[in-house]
Design a protein around this ligand. Structure first.
Ligand code: HEC
Ligand code: HEC
Length: 260
């Protein structure tokens, strides 16, 4: 497994066409459909383990009813994703690693280490790869704190706002700018032409989420900050700096704020 794409950093304002091509190629060559088998786990046991560990207090997970948490990204279409948690190429091995040791992979992540055994991690990974559930959205109910609090981790940029201010930008212009920059070559963004790729997490329902990139409280100012300079927030992230202007970022944040 080559980590070349993952560790590539682009200090330049614009993403190199080469990097983007590499990432998209990785998507085309991934063995979609074979990852569940590669985990060596059992999806049925995985479903039971997900309930036991309470993963859905923080995640919307296809096939798991009850609360669909909004602390982490929805665990939808996992078999079709290119990256995990923005830092790992998505393979059975990296999925098992992430589930059993998230803070070993990403020390600043708000996902807690839940002492998941290797066997349980294999079963859980098998389950996540065998359901797609692209339509599953996080709960829209008022925010309830998850049963597993992020422990001693302090999110960068202050506490999450429970009633985020509406951003000041122009959502309609933001929608057009999301298509003008290549955001849609890596994200599913409802309402944006051509935005149907799963390199990064889907942005459906993003306005209802508590954090961005597993660490940044989801407020319009932080959406702008992330979109303009993702590596300044999270140096290891594979989301590139696309040289988005402040005005464009403000309008994009306004549109993303409508995706509840
Ligand atoms: C306290 C909340 C919390 C709990 C509980 C939790 N997670 Fe997470 N999870 C997160 C956050 C936050 C992220 C984003 C991490 C990042 O990008 O640094 C995440 C990321 C992930 C990802 C990567 C998703 C993506 O879009 O790339 C997977 C897979 C995952 N979690 C699986 C699980 C499983 C399985 C469990 C239960 C064993 C679990 N999580 C429990 C908060 C949580
Ligand atoms: C080359 C692929 C790529 C491009 C292009 C891209 N992103 Fe991302 N994006 C990612 C990845 C990967 C992540 C997950 C990052 C992480 O957690 O470290 C991400 C994360 C995000 C998040 C946080 C999502 C979450 O679940 O926490 C937002 C918001 C976002 N991107 C918006 C944008 C916007 C707006 C654009 C266009 C200006 C864009 N992205 C362009 C790959 C990309």
């Amino acid at each position: 497994m080559s980590l070349g794409v993952v560790t590539a950093r682009r200090p330049e304002a614009a993403i190199g066409a080469g990097l983007l091509a590499l990432i998209l190629m990785a998507g085309c060559t991934a063995d979609v459909g074979s990852r569940a088998a590669a985990t060596g786990g059992d999806p049925e046991r995985g479903e039971a383990a997900i309930r036991r560990y309470g993963c859905s207090t923080c995640h919307a997970i296809p096939g798991i009813e009850g609360p669909r948490g909004r602390v982490g990204p929805p665990l939808t279409a996992m078999d079709r994703r290119i990256f995990l948690a923005g830092v790992l190429p998505n393979t059975a091995d990296t999925m098992i690693l992430w589930i059993s040791d998230p803070r070993g992979v990403s020390p600043q992540t708000l996902m807690p280490d839940m002492d998941v055994s290797e066997g349980d991690a294999r079963d859980i990974a098998a389950y996540l790869y065998s359901v797609d559930g692209a339509e599953v959205a996080p709960d829209r109910a008022p925010y309830a704190p998850p049963a597993f609090l992020p422990g001693e981790r302090r999110p960068v940029g202050g506490a999450p706002s429970l009633s985020p201010d509406a951003p000041s930008g122009d959502p309609e212009r933001g929608r057009r700018q999301l298509a003008a920059y290549p955001c849609g070559s890596c994200h599913v963004i409802p309402g944006v032409d051509g935005a149907d790729h799963l390199v990064g997490p889907p942005l459906a329902g993003i306005a209802s989420r508590r954090y961005l990139a597993g660490r940044l409280p989801n407020r319009p100012d932080n959406v702008m900050r992330w979109v303009q300079a993702p590596q300044a927030v999270k140096p290891s992230t594979t989301m590139p700096d696309l040289g988005v202007t402040a005005a464009d970022a403000r309008d994009m944040a306004a549109y993303l704020h409508t995706l509840r």
